[in-house]
Structures are given as structure tokens and as C-alpha cells.
Design a protein around this ligand. Structure first.
Ligand code: WT7
Length: 564
């Protein structure tokens, strides 16, 4: 029987989750221990924790006891080479089992784990490792070259480990880290981190400046556990699939911590998107709960209903989505082909957990994000004053009252950047929405220049800086342009230096330049060559005008910008 939203709200307190997890205030608290050792103590040692499969269909099952032992071994090894609690340790690899288990390993030795998307190119990687002062990178052969090329410019980087490098000729300071071959550490003790000890560092893009390191703490598990249980509706016998990459927050909050804190078996597919392969994977493993994203759903829709009907997906019980607005058509389609609607969930890297959502059992209004999770006070406000804008038809910026367990504690080395996110006692999400009379939130759009491509935020500044490194580029602006599948993609406006002529070859060359330096996500899908860019009087490029043109929207009042 599904518990109603009203019942969940009744007398809600986060201590409910502390009680379930056996957390006592003031005692040591370590996510790594909670997601492995504790489950073994509760009798789940032989239960599969991770069923991992790659694109060839090769699969491997790890029990909670395997996860416990291997993460202990990794933790002990990291300590044995001189890494210390508090060190930033980066995981830079595809969705290998070592990524999920290594994540717990770093936390168990008291390190701050910094997962980075393996498709990042050298510049994206360097910016984030440099900012964090990262001491070690754990990677794989396929990606080690990118680390090699930048290591000279990272004086704090002392160790590079290669998880599949055993037997290969590695270069100093690289060493092989073969999880299964590491000695069983005798008497290894999980580092006694506490609730407020930093745990995960995720880099997220804003409008200005380079990406910021969102700093989570071990106490986040309290919200991640309870939202996974109530919103994803996880139950002991579930087979859960979150198709997000742990390089992004969905892949850690709900691709590692949430499900494992609940002792749930999860499946991982280490392969790119392919509709048929995805359906086959879900049918094969009898997946019951699936956490996905609108872009993926649109890609599946594109491949048609006949394909999905070829697979027995009757095991699916609950579907959720995150990352971008879930369009009504996607909800209606999923109802048609899976017999269930996707439930939208809204949150951010900074919130650490789902904050606004359609609960299981709650009436889904297709196109709406649903209502706040119990324990979350949310509204929409005027971003300048922080005053609520909840009247009929009013739109404001989504605002949350600070203080839920998984709220980040700051941006790494950037207290000012974090302070700017608060107005009148509210944390501002940077997204515009309205609230209907039933208390449902309706997403309108971002309140800044950040580009959301396929559920991934890309910062225009990072792209513009990289564009300026190309010898032909004098000035540049990166903005979102609408896209049928990815919602938005990057478009660049470029003014060339004297002596360069715009043509298709140069466009392609610049596109590839960005793909290699940053990532395929950040690569402009098109470049418009212009003579000059719209600027304020003080010379700041006004992206808003370009963006409005792309979306066919009115430019609005720019007189204040012109006076900048
Ligand atoms: C931004 C956060 C939260 C995990 C994935 C992204 C957008 C997120 C929704 C949704 C409309 C959404 C917002 C938000 N977003 N969920 N359900 N409907 N937009 O984490 O990289 O920090 O991105 O993604 O713009 O602020 P993130």
C-alpha cells in the first residue's frame, strides 16, 4: 500500500531517516561504511549489491560483502601510499565496477571523492583538478593519456592509479590498482569521519567563472536514503537502475548512496545509449525501478513503440526522471508503452537530494514537477528581493529554506560564490517556476545563461574561454539553442581575428577543438560567424540577446545592461 503524500508530511522530521540508518548525533558517520559494512552486519552480506554489465553483455555480480572487502582494500591501499584523510581523490573512468566501489573506498579512508565525467577533455579535467588541489587520480588505460598530458601543470597531484593497468608499462607516477588483487587489509578500520566531514566534491557550471566545486558532507546520506526510499519507492526486493553517470550528482546520490543505503540491488550498464540494448538490459535483469532523464526518454520515443513492445518489461513498477523539464508527451508515452507514467523529480548538485517531486501514488499532472519533499520548504521568489511571488500566474525563482541534510556546505575555495546564492534567507536555485493552487510546481526555465544539454549543465564561460584559445577566434559567446532531443545544445557566436575567413572547414575545426579540450557536451553544434558581439558599455558580452534570438523570444529591456 502506498503511503500518501499527506501522511508523509504529517509530523515529518529528518530524524526518521537517522533512526532507520542507526545514526546517533555526535557518533562517527561514514557513507562508505553505511553502504557496505552496515548491510553485511544486517545480514545482507550475500545479497547482490551491484550487477555490472558492459556493451558486450559480459556481466559480473558483486555482493555487499564483495563491496565491503574491495572498498576496504582500496581505502587501505590509498592510505599505504601516503594519501591522507581530507585529500581530494578523483575518480576519472567509465562506469566500471571500480568507480562504484572505489567511491566508497575513498570515503572509507576519509578522503574527499571527486568524480569526474570520463568524456572530459584535458582542459575540463585540468580546471577541476587544479581548483580542488587534487592529490590523486584513479583512472583507466583508456583515459590515462589525458591525465598524463596535464600532470606537469598540477603540482599537487602526487599519484595516478590505473585500475586496468596491471601488467602494462606505466609511467611514473602511475601505478596499477587492481581491486581484486589487493591484499586483504588486516584490521582495517574505516576512518571515523563525522556528519560534517566533507565527502563528495562535484563540479557544477554556473554563468560566470569556471565550474564550482559543490562540497557535500557525510550527513547527506540522511536525505539521500529517505528520498530514495520514498520518491524512488525503493523496496528490499527491487532491482534498481539509474542510468546516470557518477560523474554527475544523480549518479552518486541515486546511483550509489541512495540505493545502497537502502540495501537495494542495483544494475549498471557501462555502455552508451542504444534503445534496443537498454530494453534488453532491463528485460534481462527484471528491473523494477528505473531512474532516467527526459533526453533519454525522447531518444527512446524516437525509436518507436514497436521496438519497446518486443521486450517483456512487465517487471517495471516505478519510473522517475530528472535533469530537465519532463514534457507532458513523455509522460503520456511512458503510460502508453510501460503502463506507468514517469514521475518528475527536481533537484540540483547543490541540493544533494530530490527537493520537488511527484510522489508515488500522488496524482501526476503531466508537465508539472510536483510538490516539495517533506522537510523541504520551497517557494518561488523575486530573485532581487527574495519576496515570494506566489500569486495566480506569477513566476519567480525557486527558493529553498536552508538546512536540509544534503545541502552542500559551500563551494570549494569560493565562499563568496556560495554566499551569492542566498537572498532574504532563501537559497535560490536559479530556475524559474510558478506554483498552482494545489501547490504543484511548474518549471518555466533557467534564470541565467547556463546551458542545459541533455540534462547536463554546461557553463558558457568555460566554452568561451576555450574558444579564445583557438588562434582564429577574437571574440566569442556561447548560448543555448533549442534542440528536439537534447532540449538545448550549445551554439557559439564567433568574431574572427583579421586574416581569417569564415568557412565550413574552420567551423568544423573549431567545433572539434572544443570537443577535444572540454567534452562532446560542450562542443558547439553550430557556429555563427559575426563581425562583432552585442556588448554592454563596459564591454561585457550580452548573451541574453543572442539567446532570445535563438529561441525566437523578445529581447526585453536591455537599457540597464547597456548602462553597465
Ligand atoms: C539543474 C540542476 C539534479 C540532478 C541532475 C542535474 C535542471 C533538474 C529538473 C526538472 C526541470 C530540471 C535545473 C536545475 N533540472 N531537474 N525535473 N525539471 N529542470 O544536476 O547539474 O546540478 O543541474 O538541472 O535547471 O537547476 P545539476
Amino acid at each position: 500500500m502506498t503511503v500518501t503524500y499527506a501522511e508523509r508530511l504529517q509530523g515529518f522530521d529528518w530524524s526518521l531517516a537517522e533512526k532507520d540508518l542507526g545514526i546517533r548525533r555526535g557518533d562517527p558517520l561514514n557513507i562508505g561504511w553505511h553502504c557496505s559494512d552496515r548491510l553485511c552486519e544486517l545480514g545482507l552480506a550475500r545479497k547482490p549489491a551491484l550487477i555490472w554489465e558492459d556493451h558486450t553483455g559480459e556481466s559480473h555480480t558483486y555482493t555487499f560483502d564483495d563491496v565491503r572487502r574491495y572498498s576496504d582494500a582500496i581505502a587501505a591501499h590509498l592510505l599505504s601510499v601516503g594519501l591522507k584523510p581530507g585529500d581530494r581523490i578523483c575518480l576519472f573512468m567509465d562506469r566500471l565496477a571500480e568507480l562504484y566501489i572505489g567511491f566508497l573506498g575513498v570515503l572509507k579512508m576519509g578522503g574527499i571523492v571527486q568524480p569526474l565525467f570520463s568524456a572530459f577533455g584535458e582542459d575540463s579535467l585540468w580546471t577541476r583538478l587544479d581548483n580542488a588541489g587534487t592529490a590523486a587520480v584513479i583512472t583507466q588505460m583508456k583515459h590515462v593519456k589525458k591525465v598524463r598530458r596535464i600532470k606537469e601543470r598540477l603540482p599537487q597531484l602526487r599519484h595516478i592509479f590505473v585500475v586496468d593497468g596491471a601488467g602494462q608499462a606505466l609511467k611514473a607516477p602511475e601505478t596499477a590498482l587492481a581491486m581484486r588483487e589487493l591484499p586483504r587489509p588486516a584490521g582495517f578500520k574505516v576512518h571515523p569521519t563525522t556528519a560534517e566531514t566533507p565527502s563528495v566534491l562535484h563540479y557544477t557550471s554556473g554563468t560566470t567563472g569556471q565550474p564550482k566545486g559543490a562540497q557535500h558532507v557525510h550527513y547527506s546520506i540522511v536525505s539521500q536514503y529517505l528520498t530514495a526510499k520514498w520518491v524512488l519507492d525503493l523496496r528490499p526486493d527491487d532491482i534498481y537502475w539509474c542510468n546516470a553517470d557518477p560523474g554527475w550528482v544523480t549518479g552518486t546520490s541515486y546511483g550509489i548512496i541512495g540505493p545502497w543505503a537502502n540495501g537495494v540491488t542495483q544494475v549498471v550498464l557501462d555502455a552508451g545509449f542504444n534503445a534496443e540494448a537498454w530494453y534488453r538490459f532491463m528485460a534481462k535483469h527484471r528491473v523494477t525501478v528505473w531512474y532516467s532523464a527526459p533526453t533519454a526518454i525522447r531518444l527512446l520515443m524516437r525509436d518507436g513503440n514497436e521496438l519497446v513492445r518486443r521486450f517483456d518489461l512487465s517487471s517495471l513498477r516505478h519510473l522517475c526522471s530528472v535533469g530537465e523539464p519532463l514534457n507532458a508527451e513523455a509522460v503520456i508515452w511512458s503510460q502508453e508503452v510501460f503502463g506507468k507514467p514517469f514521475h518528475d523529480t527536481f533537484w540540483q548538485t547543490e541540493t544533494g537530494c530530490i527537493v520537488i517531486t511527484n510522489f508515488p501514488g500522488m496524482k501526476v499532472k503531466p508537465g508539472s514537477m510536483g510538490r516539495p519533499f517533506p522537510g523541504i520548504t520551497a517557494t518561488v521568489v523575486d530573485p532581487a528581493t527574495g519576496e515570494p511571488r506566489t500569486g495566480p500566474g506569477q513566476v519567480g525563482v525557486i527558493a529553498l529554506r536552508p538546512g536540509w541534510p544534503s545541502q552542500i556546505r559551500g563551494y570549494w575555495n569560493n565562499p563568496e560564490g556560495y554566499r551569492k546564492k542566498f537572498v532574504n534567507g532563501w537559497y535560490l536555485c536559479g530556475d524559474r517556476a510558478s506554483i498552482d493552487p494545489d501547490g504543484y510546481f511548474w518549471f518555466v526555465g533557467r534564470d541565467d545563461d547556463v546551458i542545459n544539454t541533455g540534462g547536463h549543465l554546461v557553463g558558457p564561460f568555460e566554452i568561451e574561454s576555450a574558444l579564445l584559445e583557438h588562434p582564429a577566434v577574437a571574440e566569442s559567446a556561447a548560448v543555448a539553442t533549442p534542440d528536439k532531443v537534447n532540449m538545448e545544445v550549445v551554439k557559439a557566436f564567433v568574431a574572427l581575428k583579421p586574416g581569417y575567413e569564415p568557412d565550413d572547414d574552420l567551423e568544423l575545426e573549431i567545433m572539434n577543438f572544443i570537443r577535444k579540450k572540454l567534452s562532446p557536451l560542450a562542443m558547439p553544434q553550430s557556429i555563427e560567424f559575426v563581425d562583432s558581439l552585442p556588448k554592454t558599455r563596459s564591454g561585457k558580452i550580452i548573451r541574453r540577446i543572442l539567446r532570445a534570438q535563438e529561441f525566437g523570444e523578445p529581447v526585453g529591456d536591455i537599457s540597464t545592461l547597456m548602462n553597465d
